[in-house]
Design a protein around this ligand. Structure first.
Ligand code: ADP
Length: 248
């Protein structure tokens, strides 16, 4: 049996006047590849912020690797790539190698020395996202999809056990989205990295994921991808307000 590494139990959250999440309970196990679906404003980013410990729930409990979120210290086990990572303009003064190396500060502390093998680790990590040939390039000169791969490498260099991605394919050309998801599937299978992906591309990603969660203030469905496939479009529309379209 795989270990439960993320657990939310009866979690609720509201901003000053807006109830955003209501009685959320779900678990993620080691090795899962979970897609979180939901229309705009359904609370997806808020849910990720709760997991990352940026905000705290008003009610309920969050556990990471069996520990309460408040006392969880091994933050480097959780890599996060935001939606806005791939927005560097062509003048941004950092090479791909520098960007990826900066991810090591999470592990070694901001003012401590970089490990001697930092360069080799950057190379190996870039290789795992198919970007090793670009290490000397300026980050701003890469395409949106290439930049996003570099930011995944930056998250991966501190050897996380979980990778959380918030709509990572926004700004990536349609032709490159498939190979982007292939890369995530390889990280999931070959390095056993648990992946939590907020996405709208349910059809494109559907043959790579193991689990689906449908969020809209509460979790309407969380389960195996095969069980998600048997849910009717009509039911999904009720939960998701027409935000999720199944093609098959
Ligand atoms: P999603 O990521 O699914 O688009 P969010 O979690 O960003 O949804 O937002 C959920 C709801 O919370 C929205 O109604 C949004 O307007 C509101 N919201 C988000 N951030 C804040 C904030 N900092 N203060 C007040 N309301 C917010």
């Amino acid at each position: 049996m795989s270990e439960t590494i993320i657990e939310m139990k009866n979690v609720s959250f509201q901003y000053e006047y807006t109830q955003v999440l209501n009685d959320i309970s779900f678990q993620v196990k080691e090795g899962d590849f979970l897609a979180i679906l939901g229309p705009n404003g359904s609370g997806k980013s808020t849910l990720l912020k709760l997991l990352l410990g940026i905000i705290k729930p008003m009610a309920g409990e969050i556990k990471l690797f069996g520990q309460p979120n408040d006392s969880f210290r091994e933050r480097e086990w959780i890599g996060y790539v935001s939606q806005k990572s791939n927005a560097f303009n062509s003048g941004f003064p950092a090479t791909v190698e520098e960007v990826v190396k900066s991810g090591l500060s999470k592990k070694v502390g901001l003012f401590k020395r970089m490990p001697k093998d930092a360069k080799e680790r950057v190379h190996q990590t870039l290789k795992s996202v198919g970007m090793e040939k670009f290490s000397d390039r300026n980050i701003g000169q890469l395409s949106g999809g290439q930049q996003q791969r570099v930011f995944i490498a930056r998250a991966l260099i501190s050897e996380p056990k979980v990778l959380i991605l918030d709509e990572p394919t926004v700004g990536i050309d349609h032709e490159n989205v498939q190979s982007f998801y292939d890369m995530l599937a390889t990280l999931n299978k070959e390095q056993n990295i648990t992946i939590i992906l907020v996405t709208h591309d349910v059809d494109t990603v559907s043959n790579r994921i193991s689990h689906v969660a449908c969020l809209n203030q509460t979790i309407h469905f969380h389960g195996y991808k095969e069980d998600f496939d048997s849910i009717s479009q009509e039911q999904l529309d009720k939960w998701q307000g027409h935000a999720v379209r199944k093609i098959h």
